[in-house]
Design a protein around this ligand. Sequence first.
Ligand code: B12
Ligand code: SF4
Ligand code: SF4
Length: 396
Amino acid sequence: MMDATTPLAIKIKRWGKALGFADVGITNTDLSAYEADYFKWIENQYHGDMAYMQRHGTKRTRPTELEPNTISIISVRLNYFDTESQSAIEQLHNDQQAYISRYALGKDYHKLLRKRLQALANQIAQEVPDFQYRAFTDSAPVLERPIAEKAGLGFTGKNSLIIHPRAGSWFFLGELYTNLSLPADTPFTKQGCGPCTACIQECPTQAIIANGVIDARRCISYLTIEFKGAIPLELRPLMGNRIYGCDDCQLVCPWNKFTQNTEVQVFKATTYPLNSLDNSALLSLWQWDEQLFLKNLEGSPIRRIGYQQWVRNLAIAIGNSQTLPANSTIKSLQSQLNQVSSLVDEHILWAIQQHKQRLTSKNNLPSSTKNYSKDTPNQHSRQKPFHAPKYYLPLK
Ligand code: B12
Ligand code: SF4
Ligand code: SF4
């Protein structure tokens, strides 16, 4: 029951939860404890080509420089993991299938999360006449994770993600910068990882270079989504079948056995888009021309990377497949040459080369080892990307 005497902060949290946010926290604008780490990260060039990460100077670490009237920040999280989707591990371990990040199996979250933040703001405005605010999710120079940690939404894991001890890490973050003076929640001050280092060990490209620090230039999420150029040759074999984003550092995280299923219908692979992105064969996605790519991925965050990057990523994954039949796969790869761009062609030629090498080395192996299966130890089995000893998936 809420009445006129219920404190505003409590009302905001209840309204937020009624709107479907899994959690709502409040903090102030002092992010000074994180500033030095942030600029060290930039100085080390860990942001790679993401120029927008350095463009705004201290606006990111000092919220009042971005929005001068800000006094309190409302931080929210929204669960996206669809426990009914096809098993992430099965997809990852089947090199004829495409692995797509769990956050991208359904509809793009940006508009949806922003709409919900707007609805929360509208409710606050009904109570507070001179309420000023600005809503963010992923879109502006905002230090979303430190804000969430300070607002009590979770701790920063060694994989750098915000993890809640009762909900894992499969959620998006969003914020309302406000001119309200609200009581701040108790921050998470202790990292809950203990001696665990699973994410650091299992990251396919060794992108987690220190506790909580990612060198984005090595991260498959960056390479497949943010990076537009030619993928460094030494990283290509390590990308496996991950064609859009990467989840390995979450799939091995023990806290994710507490993952909460998403309540957002349009985040579910089964309802949107109708492409079964949780269960797609590499070679069937390879058949999509640009028109089909745009049509099939309407409303999906994947569309944002554009057709060229999509085909580039697919070419690498197909090149990495050990189990696709080499001869027909080479033909299929060749059919896309000279269709998109010289950048894509270079990746296709690389993929063809991988299959040709595989053919040659297969023919040169002693006959008893020629037909090795996925389950038989072979020369690839200890090369990354190998299978992690343990994954933690939420209960269905
Ligand atoms: C740039 C970016 C990326 C880059 C760089 C990732 C990175 N770790 O910085 C790339 C493209 C690689 C990326 C990948 C992913 N991202 Co991203 N990304 C962002 C973005 C836009 C900015 C993050 C940022 O400021 N990075 C710079 C670093 C320095 O800041 P930071 O990691 O927040 O670091 C602070 C703390 O870690 C702390 N810190 C620093 N050192 C240390 C050391 C210790 C010991 C501790 C405890 C803390 C600590 O201080 C830092 C600030 O100074 C945010 C949205 C936003 N505006 O915040 C989304 C965001 C972080 N991404 C998100 C997601 C979901 C992902 C992916 C899972 C997507 C995917 N499946 O492919 C992966 C996960 C990869 C990973 N392990 O981080 C979510 C995270 C939600 C969550 N639960 O934490 C966000 C918040 C988007 C959102 N609105 O929901 N991302
Ligand atoms: S998203 Fe993948 S590549 Fe990036 S840090 Fe996590 S495990 Fe490593
Ligand atoms: S996998 Fe282990 S070390 Fe990595 S974030 Fe999770 S608990 Fe921390």
